[in-house]
Design a protein around this ligand. Structure first.
Ligand code: DX5
Ligand code: ZN
Length: 216
């Protein structure tokens, strides 16, 4: 089980320190939430921040593109140092071509589904993805509560992946914390994205990572 702290909830004024703290506590990936104010109501970061994070950690950068027209930006994020690029099924008219392009760039390809989007919409492309991200909140903001129906979706997603893409990671993002992590992992998730429960942990980010790890 991998832990991917989402910097969305971090103190951006001390980003390098925050990343060092979660890295020292054993985080596996760094999750970067990119938002454009169109696909989701919030605006966050772009390639310049990915580049800055790249310079301060060796951990894989798991970039979550909550943006419209992601095709326009794939090269820029790959060039900035992304190790994985996850696009939303809902934002890609030509999803197969977009995933192909990500792989051509030598970057791991991920596809994300919002809570209302059926798993069946990505069935045809599962064999070509390295990661399936099942959103457990409606994207746009950190600090929301885990949508309980996600657990069953994770179980069904795991069955699909075992059949069509056994090598792919099953990632969950939104409202993940120590109290629900065991249930989420037992449902089949292999990567936990956690923002608030890590960076807003009372004991600090390192304690947040450790609490999540020991819960699982
Ligand atoms: C979509 C974002 C958030 C974030 C996790 O809104 O992807 O889900 O990563 O935020 P927390 O862990 O605070 O819910
Ligand atoms: Zn995310």
């Amino acid at each position: 089980m991998k832990i991917a702290p989402s910097i969305l909830a971090s103190d951006f004024a001390r980003l390098a320190d925050e990343i060092r703290a979660v890295e020292s506590a054993g985080a596996d990936w760094i999750h970067l939430d990119v938002m454009d104010g169109h696909f989701v109501p919030n605006i966050t970061i772009g390639p310049p921040v990915v580049r800055a994070v790249r310079a301060c950690t060796e951990l894989p950068l798991d970039v979550h593109l909550m943006i419209e027209h992601p095709d326009r930006y794939l090269e820029a994020f790959a060039d900035a140092g992304a190790n994985g690029l996850t696009v939303h099924q809902e934002a890609c008219v030509h999803l197969h071509r977009t995933l192909q392009r990500i792989r051509e760039l030598g970057v791991k390809a991920g596809v994300a589904l919002n809570p209302a989007t059926p798993l069946a919409t990505v069935e045809e492309v599962l064999p070509m993805v390295d990661l399936l991200l099942v959103m457990s909140v409606n994207p746009g903001f950190g600090g929301q509560s885990y949508i309980d129906a996600t657990t069953d979706r994770l179980r069904r997603a795991r069955v699909l992946l075992d059949e069509m893409a056994p090598q792919a990671e099953l990632e969950v993002d939104g409202g993940v914390e120590a109290s629900n992590a065991p249930l989420i992992v037992s449902a089949g998730a292999s990567v936990l994205v956690a923002g608030s429960s890590v960076f807003r942990h009372p004991g600090g980010p390192a304690a947040g990572v450790r609490a999540l790890r020991s819960a699982c």
